[in-house]
Design a protein around this ligand. Structure first.
Ligand SMILES: *[C@@H]1O[C@H](CO)[C@@H](O)[C@H](O)[C@H]1NC(C)=O
Ligand SMILES: *[C@@H]1O[C@H](CO)[C@@H](O)[C@H](O)[C@H]1NC(C)=O
Ligand SMILES: *[C@@H]1O[C@H](CO)[C@@H](O)[C@H](O)[C@H]1NC(C)=O
Length: 251
């Protein structure tokens, strides 16, 4: 009885994993941008500047590029983007970006965005910590700007960076090159205990392991639990079922 319960649990979980990876793949192929010179297009600006492949990819997968373009259309305050170039990204610890969840990737990009237009002359008017679009937590998401003459330094408590130059500016959007990826303390400092228990990840891997330990009990449950999930994720069901069959045989 206990073993069966584990198995019933494991199939939907597997299907969910397949479903979510399908979604991620789907997000990775954005629709091509129209070629007209209409409203501000952050991707086009960065492509034209060159050397921002990783940033462009992140902006697209997180869909923050779309958000930026529509913010510029719909608000008057403007935006400032600190843009780490490909060299900055390649000096991150290998695998670091991939270790981030989708939510963290989004937060990382929002952390590089100020919800106002800041001209080079105005950096010294900012008060620290500067508010980014990542959120208000001044410790976990704090970003300090210090400037003197032409030099503008940024610090997050984890990373010290320097503003290298202006990639683009109009009266609404400013894009500045920065020599480091701005990593918020949020990614490195332990989270306060979450209100909801049940760590989802640990549960998933332990039930997965248990189901591999099961041998014959499989048959009946497959069809019923697969049917209940079918509507949610048609394509993934055969894949998940195949995976389980393969797993059972190879065991
Ligand atoms: C910026 O940081 C550099 C060291 O990286 C330092 O020499 C310089 O004085 C700093 N400038 C400001 C304005 O804080
Ligand atoms: C940023 O500046 C504030 C106010 O000066 C200070 O309290 C905070 O410690 C600074 N944070 C970092 C990361 O330097
Ligand atoms: C950043 O600069 C401050 C001094 O301005 C220094 O104390 C700190 O160690 C630096 N942090 C890193 C990660 O380089």
């Amino acid at each position: 009885m206990v073993m069966m319960k584990h198995h019933i649990l494991s199939l939907p979980l597997l299907v969910m994993i397949f479903c979510s990876s399908t979604t991620i793949l789907a997000q990775k192929t954005p629709a091509p941008a129209p070629e007209d010179a209409g409203p501000t297009d952050i991707i086009r600006i960065l492509k034209k500047a060159g050397g921002y492949t990783t940033l462009i990819r992140l902006l697209q997968t997180t869909q923050v590029s779309t958000q930026i373009d529509s913010q510029l259309l719909n608000s008057n305050g403007g935006l400032t983007l600190f843009a780490p170039n490909d060299n900055s990204f390649s000096s991150l610890k290998p695998g670091f970006l991939n270790s981030l969840s989708d939510e963290q990737k989004n937060k990382l990009i929002q952390f590089h965005l100020l919800p106002t237009f800041v001209s080079t002359a105005n950096f010294d008017t900012l008060s620290n910590p500067v508010r980014t679009q990542a959120g208000d937590d001044t410790f976990r998401l704090g970003l300090n700007v210090t400037s003197s003459g032409n030099q503008v330094n940024l610090t997050t408590g984890i990373v010290n960076a320097t503003v290298g130059g202006t990639v683009y500016t109009d009266r609404q959007l400013a894009v500045y090159e920065v020599d480091k990826v701005l990593l918020p303390r949020d990614f490195f400092v332990a989270k306060p205990p979450a209100p909801a228990p049940a760590p989802e990840k640990a549960k998933a891997s332990s039930s997965k392991k248990k189901s591999a330990d099961n041998d014959v009990v499989a048959g009946d449950d497959d069809s019923t639990s697969a049917a209940s999930v079918k509507q949610r994720c048609l394509i993934s069901v055969p894949v998940a079922v195949a995976t389980i069959i393969v797993a059972l045989f190879s065991w």
